[in-house]
Write a protein that binds this ligand. Structure first.
Ligand code: PLP
Length: 455
């Protein structure tokens, strides 16, 4: 190895050459990147040999946990047989085709086709074009606008970041692009005021109706939302929200797009988040858990309504990626889905570890710093609050959230903080005992922040 790559100064090399995603580089370089070297089950190990319980499954994606040699073997086999071939000019590869079939087999009767991408962002940019192409093909070319939500996340590409509702992303690069508008989010704790959660769920869903009145539904292509907002803070909508959204989309003839990039592949105890909430979307971008993050792959589930038009009326859809359906990534995804099926991980989340997690994590609600402790399946959040009774939040919400996260990390647990919400999304293979450890370290971190506040 050349001297510049010697492992002892890896942090310095990183600071010198590597621009990280969503990072303040100057600040990061001053602290130095943590170097993660190995993973096993729900644990990761850094270059100092320190062990962490990964309560976040990488970035919401390592559903089957780390170190699964079945995937490494499947990938090595495919690499040796055929490392790459495209799916453009009348060709396919065995893993791409078999993966298409397998994903559809879990997606419900409405979904029988998939378009492959390399990421969740590309999946969102893909359906954004596909939805407009669909409406044009059936003679309604004015239906172009996409309605999305504030504090939603749909990726970092131009359409993805525009449909996302992150202000700090819009501020950079003149987003959103034209034709994308936003309505409110079902975040009752912060924005529900005096309404009950159910009343609030209906009220925010009806913002969609009001927006359609304003824009004219003849100009609107689709509404997009995550079943549960992930990056926005694990915002679990009130029970009234999704049925009302689905009703409005149907009544007003706009497409419903469910961004399944996090909620897909077992996270909520269902194969897809729309199944958990009992709605039938027209399009569903996927990624992350599709391969448990072992290799990059994503896609868009395309319902029969749209696939029929694409196939019979559009002819050529002029869109695709060099690596759409990449055979090695598809082989990794296929093996990942075999593991999820074989170990019945979706059922395990629904019937066993999800309910166990709900109880253990939910018990944190008794802590003085915690306003609510909520979860669905293995996706959970703690809302930190200055006053439980009035849902008043801290004056410096970001500081409180990062303090809890840093204490957890120092004690061997990776949690994420989105402002004053602590997010959990562990691998689906986590044991009861490991859930207990997660909750114990989280409580300890809360205690430490609580005692610091009293100083
Ligand atoms: C992560 C994420 C994306 C973007 O996926 P990438 O693979 O990072 O491009 C899109 N939508 C949701 C809901 C996500 O969580």
């Amino acid at each position: 190895m050349p001297e510049t790559s010697s492992l002892s100064n890896l942090a310095a090399i990183d600071a010198a050459h590597h621009l990280h995603p969503f990072a303040d580089t100057k600040k990061l370089n001053a602290e130095g990147s943590r170097i993660i070297q190995r993973g096993e089950g729900v644990h990761i190990f850094d270059n100092h040999g320190r062990k962490y319980l990964d309560g976040f499954a990488g970035l919401w994606c390592v559903n089957i946990g780390y170190g699964r040699t079945e995937i490494a073997d499947a990938v090595a086999r495919q690499m040796n047989e055929l490392p790459y071939y495209n799916t453009f000019f009348g060709t396919t590869t065995t893993p791409a085709t078999l993966l298409a079939e397998k994903v559809c087999s879990h997606a419900g009767p409405n979904f029988n086709h998939i378009f492959f991408t390399n990421s969740g962002s590309e999946a969102n940019d893909t359906w954004f074009r596909m939805a407009r192409v669909y409406w044009s093909a059936i003679g309604l070319p004015s239906k172009k606008i996409v309605i999305a939500r504030r504090n939603g996340y749909h990726g970092s590409t131009v359409a993805g970041a525009s449909m996302g509702g992150m202000k700090y992303m819009h501020e950079q690069g003149d987003l959103p692009i034209a034709g994308i508008v936003h309505i409110g989010q079902p975040y009752w704790y912060a924005e529900g005021g005096e309404l009950s959660p159910d009343e609030f769920g209906l009220a925010v869903a009806r913002e969609l109706e009001a927006k359609l009145d304003e824009l004219g539904e003849e100009n609107v292509a689709a509404f997009v939302a995550e079943p549960i907002q992930g990056a926005g803070g694990v915002i679990i909508p009130p029970a009234t929200y999704w049925p009302e959204i689905a009703r409005i989309c149907k009544a007003r003839n706009i497409l419903l797009v469910s961004d399944e990039v996090i909620c897909g592949f077992g996270r909520l105890g269902s194969w897809f988040g729309y199944q958990h909430f009992g709605v039938e979307p027209d399009l569903a971008p996927i990624a992350k858990g599709l391969s448990s993050g072992y290799l990059p792959i994503g896609g868009v589930l395309v319902s029969d309504r749209i696939a029929d038009v694409l196939i019979n009326d559009v002819g050529e859809f002029n869109h695709g990626f060099t690596y759409s359906g990449h055979p090695v990534c598809a082989a990794a995804a296929l093996e990942n889905l075999r593991i999820i099926e074989g170990e019945r991980l979706v059922e395990r989340v629904r019937d066993d570890i999800g309910p166990y997690f709900a109880q253990a994590w939910g018990a944190l609600a008794d802590h003085a710093l915690v306003g609510e402790a909520v979860s669905v399946g293995l996706m959970g959040a703690l809302q930190l609050a200055a006053d439980k009774a009035t849902r008043r939040r801290f004056e410096k919400p970001d500081a409180v959230g990062s303090a809890v996260r840093n204490h957890a990390l120092a004690n061997g647990l990776v949690l994420r903080a989105t402002s004053d919400r602590m997010l959990a999304s562990p691998p689906l293979v986590i044991s009861h005992e490991e859930v207990d450890t997660m909750v114990r370290i989280t409580r300890q971190a809360l205690d430490l922040v609580w005692s610091e506040m009293k100083l």
